[in-house]
Design a protein around this ligand. Structure first.
Ligand SMILES: C[C@H](O)[C@H](O)[C@H]1CNC2=NC(N)=NC(=O)C2=N1
Length: 159
C-alpha cells in the first residue's frame, strides 16, 4: 500500500502492526484516522437491533481485551474508531479489535453498503442518512465533550 504510515503505540512490533493495518485499509473499509493513531470505519445493518447486538458482542470482547472503542450509533449504523490511548498510537489491540468487528459484523448481517467506507469520504454519514437525524451535518463520530456543547448551542438557538 502507498499512503500515509500509522503512528504506533510505543513498544509495538511496528512492522507487524503496519502490515496488518495495511491489510485492513486495503479493503477500502477501514481508514487511518486523521491523526494517524487509529483505524476507523462505518458499519451498516438492517435494523437498530442488529446494530445494537453487534455492539454488544464487540463490548464483550472489549472486556476480554481491556480495550475500548470510540464509537457512535445512530439507528442502524455504527461508526467505530480503534486507537490506543496509553501509550498513544496504533497498537496490536486496535488491529485485533478491528478484525473482531469485521467478523462480528458479518455475523449480525452487516449490509454491503456504499456508505460503509472511510469516514473521510464524501459518502453520507449516519447522521446525513436521514433516519434519525436531529442536526444535519453533525460529524458522525463526534468527540463527545465538543459535540455535547455544540448540541446545547443548537438547542439554545432554537428557543
Ligand atoms: C487499565 C486498562 O486496561 C486501561 O486503562 C485500558 C482500558 N482500555 C483502553 N482502551 C483503549 N482504546 N486504549 C487504552 O489505552 C486503554 N487502556
Amino acid at each position: 500500500m502507498t499512503g500515509i504510515a500509522p503512528l504506533f503505540s510505543a513498544g509495538e512490533d511496528e512492522s507487524l502492526v503496519s502490515r496488518e493495518a495495511n491489510s485492513l485499509t486495503s479493503t477500502g473499509r477501514w481508514a487511518l484516522t486523521g491523526d494517524r493513531k487509529g483505524l476507523e470505519r462505518k458499519f451498516h445493518f438492517k435494523t437498530f437491533k442488529a446494530a445494537w447486538d453487534f455492539m454488544n458482542s464487540v463490548a464483550t470482547e472489549c472486556k476480554v481485551q481491556k480495550h475500548h472503542p470510540e464509537w457512535t450509533n445512530i439507528y442502524n449504523k455504527t461508526q467505530i474508531r480503534w486507537t490506543t490511548h496509553n501509550p498513544s498510537g496504533l497498537s496490536s489491540k486496535d488491529i485485533h479489535m478491528a478484525k473482531f468487528c469485521d467478523e462480528a459484523a458479518a455475523k449480525f448481517g452487516e449490509l454491503p453498503s456504499s456508505d460503509a467506507t472511510s469516514p473521510g469520504s464524501k459518502e453520507a454519514s449516519p447522521l446525513e442518512a436521514g433516519d434519525c437525524s436531529i442536526i444535519p451535518g453533525l460529524p458522525a463520530a463526534p468527540l463527545l465533550s465538543d459535540e455535547r456543547s455544540r448540541f446545547r448551542v443548537k438547542m439554545e438557538t432554537k428557543n
